[in-house]
Design a protein around this ligand. Structure first.
Ligand code: M6R
Length: 611
């Protein structure tokens, strides 16, 4: 989603804004712009397309030396990507950038037209700029104008605002969209949508609380509550470095992040396994309280939703507690039946996904206990849930989520194991054995899997020109296929679908013709024979079958195939970890072979902060 950067200080603002916007590119965008201000005037340069287009435009014009400015990458919601619809947007007294969606923008537009305002763009943001302008024209007080405008606006927002008559000050406020504030002494102050944008300058930052205005100047930062009184915000420290947010020699972030899986899993699991047993250090998840949950809802979007499918399989298998996995955008409106003893788990890498956040609020409003499994520390989902388990995957920059999926699955496994202790559905010794395997074997088996890269690259070459690819499997394999299929379609633009192998003959098999690639996954012994029948059905209709199988199963059953890859061995229960790495590498290579923008696929954003 949109990216915001703002800087005011002692240095020229344009290079700082451009660099900041580059670090936010991963959020997804289709146009970009900056406004800089000095005592005299505001200059705005905007361009549809990549940041390089904006950069060229800036290079072609007179050098801008102003030391205060705001920048924005826009992911179009209201109005097509165009120069005019790009941010910043200006009104008579101010210029601003915005991330989010103003739901009542049409109503606001009507009201403003009634008092003489006109609009040049189709955006909700321009309506917000002019609404703010209307209030500012009355009071000439930034705080009063901002709070008044926010009382009218419905929807989500993070704003960076410069008032013409306060040339070296930037104001900011947010609701349901992320924004951080930082100050580096001797340099200046910043606002940004995410930490990488400020990391070059400082490791300390404030995560702006909702409804609080930040006023930043070159000398420091002041925060105000809605009573317009100064308030304090918590200063936080970044515990990872710039290097971690860079490619580190890999051609793409996605490949780097797949290679980070062993380490991410180690970091996520180690602190949660004590004396050989799962331990979360959260009373509700470690004590008897856990046993009182009689039903679980896992709510998430995209890849996180697919991790939820793995969670369902493992929790139901081990702890025998019924689990409902739901897409967050459905959950929030469907009015699902939530019972007092239910637990709602929100899964999210970013912790800022609008639908997941809304689902969390929906559950909380009904008094249901909520647990967030989130990667980004201090994100909205993490802060609003009753308790939070952080995954320690480090920053995930590629739009296609990879290591975040693996760590989410790992925590769902641990939760399932902790529940088995509370519910007494497994012997303690068995739980100990599984925990030990998770800690000692998962990172190394993924490292082994990464060595199969060349083989997987070979399969990618075989499917790179396909128009359709099908993924089949049963049980956990089917859940993994859903993720493999999403990975492929989102970054390679090949149409792909995942099917429970037994479901093929109920319709989809009519699409199988000569040469159609079918990726078949067989790691679950209980259903392997059944999956093999499904594979036989597609093979006999001409499909190009690329099978990924557990060694033992490939030896026991004759798996029909054109290509067969043996997944490195680990206890069957833990097979999803190496198996998903194979699927991720396959999707990665197809996209790279096609010469596509692997890390920033078209139309997609890393953090979907609008509905
Ligand atoms: O930040 P979240 O985990 O809440 O994001 C959820 C989805 O938007 C995300 O997983 C998306 O599907 C990715 N592009 C998948 O690779």
């Amino acid at each position: 989603m949109c990216g915001i950067i703002g800087y005011t200080g002692n240095r020229k603002s344009v290079p700082i804004l451009l660099e900041g916007l580059k670090t936010l590119e991963y959020r997804g965008y289709d146009s970009a712009g900056i406004s800089v201000t000095d005592d005299q005037s505001v200059t705005t340069v905007k361009a549809k397309g990549r940041l390089s287009v904006l950069e060229n435009k800036l290079n072609a014009s007179e050098e801008l030396t102003a030391t205060c400015g705001i920048g924005h990458t826009r992911w179009a919601t209201h109005g097509e990507p165009s120069d005019i619809n790009s941010h910043p947007h200006s009104a008579e007294h101010l210029t601003l950038v915005h991330n989010g969606i103003i739901e009542n923008y049409a109503e606001i537009g009507e009201m403003l037209r009634g008092v003489g305002y006109t609009f040049v763009s189709e955006t909700d943001t321009e309506r917000a700029a002019k609404l703010l302008d209307m209030f500012y024209a009355k009071s000439h007080d930034p705080l009063e104008a901002i709070f008044s405008a926010c009382r009218v606006i419905r929807g989500s927002y993070a704003f960076g605002i410069m008032f013409n008559d306060r040339p070296e000050v930037i104001y900011s406020i947010r609701k349901d969209s992320p924004l951080i504030v930082a100050h580096e002494s001797g340099n200046g102050s910043f606002i940004a949508s995410d930490i990488p944008a400020i990391l070059k300058y400082t490791r300390s930052y404030y995560r702006l609380e909702e409804g609080v205005v930040a006023q930043i100047s070159k000398d420091g930062v002041v925060f105000y509550n809605s009573e317009m009184e100064p308030v304090s915000q918590t200063l936080e420290e970044v515990d990872w470095d710039v290097e971690q947010a860079q490619k580190g020699g890999y051609p793409h972030f996605m490949l780097k992040e797949i290679h980070e899986e062993p380490e991410a899993l180690r970091k996520t699991l180690e602190p949660r396994i004590k004396d050989g047993l799962p331990h979360f250090g959260i009373e509700q998840l470690d004590g008897e309280f856990l046993a009182h949950f009689t039903g679980i809802h896992i709510v998430a979007c995209g890849t996180a939703y697919h991790a939820g499918l793995i969670g369902k399989a493992i929790i139901e298998k081990l702890a025998r507690v019924p689990v409902n996995v739901e897409i967050a955008s459905e959950f929030r409106y469907r009015d699902p039946i939530l019972r007092p003893n239910d637990l709602v788990i929100l899964l999210s890498q970013s912790g800022e996904t609008a639908d997941t956040l809304a689902a969390l609020r929906h559950a909380k409003a009904q008094g249901i206990y909520t647990l967030a499994i989130v990667n980004v520390i201090g994100s909205s989902v993490a802060r609003e849930a009753d308790s939070v388990l952080y995954t320690w995957a480090g920053p995930e920059i590629a739009v296609a989520s990879t290591k975040a999926y693996s760590v989410q699955c790992s925590l769902l496994y641990l939760l399932a194991l902790r529940m088995t202790l509370a519910n007494r559905t497994l012997e303690e010794e068995t739980v100990r054995r599984i925990c030990d395997s998770m800690l000692t074997k998962i990172p190394s088996v993924i490292a082994e899997t990464l060595k199969l890269n060349d083989q997987i690259y070979g399969y990618a070459k075989q499917i790179v020109n396909a128009e359709h690819v099908f993924y089949i499997g049963r049980d956990m394999d089917w859940a993994l296929c859903t993720e493999g299929s999403l990975k492929l379609k989102e970054i390679s633009y090949i149409h792909s679908e995942a099917y429970a192998a037994g479901e093929l003959k109920h319709g989809t098999i009519s699409l199988i013709t000569d040469g159609i690639p079918v990726i078949a996954l067989t790691t679950v012994s209980k259903v392997c024979e059944k999956t093999v029948s499904g594979i036989r059905e597609v093979k006999s209709r001409g499909a190009l079958v690329i099978a990924f199988a557990a060694r033992e199963l490939a030896e026991k059953y004759e798996i029909p195939h054109d290509e067969l890859l043996i997944i490195p061995e680990i206890d069957e229960l833990l097979m999803p970890f190496p198996a998903v790495t194979v699927l991720q590498l396959l999707a990665y290579h197809v996209s790279a072979l096609k010469g596509l923008d692997v890390d920033k696929p078209r139309n997609l954003a890393k953090s979907v902060t609008v509905e």
